[in-house]
Write a protein that binds this ligand. Structure first.
Ligand SMILES: [Zn+2]
Length: 405
């Protein structure tokens, strides 16, 4: 009798609870290398897959099938132990957000409970799915399909908007942009995201910005401005789910040299040169999402003290306005940081914001907005609010002509 009961329990377990978990990554931005999958404890351990020469292995994003609603599973994330560049191995912290991000419909993303870090640097997240399949990611994803949807949405809303093809990547993919406003408008602005593919929050901030820019509130700003907006620069690495940062021989953000490797960087340089030569460029803002801390800050110019009066005035005005308008979900730091870890003039000159500074005028503002990611506040909506704040700061900034002596 006991034997029969045991058999019954075994049959019951195998029949009902043990659908096998399956990891799927064959979609835009998908990345996960399965280290182990223990069906008895329902524990999946993974690490970001290394894409040789394509930068930091930090981003992960996958679909998990074979779940039982209500049954707890454990997701463990460890660092990729192979070097991404020469002998450099990426620290675990970059692939271990405090919270994993979950979606059961691929659209709405919510943070998990905070994970716990073991002494041997494995982050464990306890998850109780409510559906048989889940998408899980390092942070709320933003892939070319999202960019496409966003640009279509903006183009449909604003008849004066013109979508354009910035370039075709080395991988043959299109880098899309949108221009809003008359070509010869009094003010010219260039805003873009994802020189670093893994910094998905940069595009999330960009989406918040461009939606605000297309809103009624921005009508007066639109009337006097020609904006160029690029939601994703490093499309190839975003599609592959590769980090991009510190790619070999250099990443997109360090490719703003005389002879860029990436066609999309070369195309942006050509367009910015032309815009500045014809009309003058007022502002260049590059959106990043780098730090494992949760702060939001701007990288400003090197050697601020050596700048001329109009430059200092404009950078100071920008910072004051940014600090009063970028306040939620966290306030932006009210002082510029300086990327002092970049030590040579040569490298500083081929960072995107540095190149723009060197190729434009005294009145041109060129900054990067660096939004932290490691916080449950950095939801799609949280990032979006930062983008809207950025738009309001821009409106007020252009309200007083930055070109006036
Ligand atoms: Zn970056």
């Amino acid at each position: 009798m006991q034997m029969i009961q045991k058999l019954f329990v075994l049959l019951f377990l195998s029949g009902s609870a043990l659908a096998e978990m399956r990891v799927i990554t064959d979609f835009e931005g998908g990345n996960a290398e399965v280290v182990s999958l223990d069906e008895t404890t329902r524990t999946l351990r993974l690490m970001p897959k290394l894409h040789e020469g394509r930068g930091w292995p930090c981003w992960w994003y996958f679909q998990l099938d074979g779940l039982t609603p209500g049954e707890e599973i454990t997701l463990e994330v460890q660092a990729q132990p192979r070097p991404f560049r020469e002998k450099s191995i990426l620290g675990a912290v970059w692939c271990q957000p405090k919270h994993a991000w979950l979606s059961s419909d691929g659209k709405t993303w919510t943070p998990s409970e905070a994970g716990t870090l073991s002494a041997d640097k494995v982050m464990s997240y306890k998850l109780t799915p409510t559906s048989e399949t889940l998408r899980l990611a390092w942070g709320p994803p933003f892939v070319p399909a999202d960019a496409e949807k966003l640009l279509n949405e903006i183009a449909a809303k604003l008849p004066e908007a013109k979508r354009f093809e910035l370039a075709k990547t080395c991988g043959g993919r299109v880098v899309h942009g949108i221009r809003i406003g008359e070509e010869n408008a009094p003010h010219q602005v260039w805003i873009g995201a994802r020189h670093h593919a893994w910094e998905t929050g940069g595009s999330q901030v960009g989406r918040g910005f461009i939606r605000w820019y297309a809103s009624e509130e921005a009508k007066a700003l639109r009337a006097k401005t020609c904006l160029h907006f690029i939601p994703i620069m490093d499309v190839d690495n975003v599609v592959l789910g590769a980090g991009g940062k510190d790619a070999i021989p250099r990443d997109h953000n360090r490719d703003w040299a005389d002879a860029p490797i990436y066609p999309e960087v070369a195309a942006a340089q050509r367009m910015i040169d032309e815009i500045h030569a014809k009309h003058g460029l007022d502002a260049y803002i590059d959106l990043h999402n780098p730090g494992a801390k949760d702060s939001i800050f701007f990288f400003g110019p090197f050697a601020f003290e050596r700048m001329t009066g109009i430059q200092q005035r404009n950078y100071n005005r920008w910072m004051e306005l940014a600090a009063s308008h970028i306040t939620t979900p966290l306030p932006v730091e009210p002082k510029y940081r300086c990327a002092t870890y970049v030590t040579t003039e040569e490298e500083r000159g081929r960072m995107s914001s540095g190149w723009v500074r060197n190729h434009t005028g005294d009145f041109t503002l060129s900054v990067t907005l660096e939004t932290g990611w490691n916080s449950p506040l950095m939801t799609v909506e949280g990032y979006s609010n930062i983008g809207a704040g950025l738009g309001r700061a821009l409106a007020w900034y252009l309200e007083q002509n930055p070109r006036a002596p």
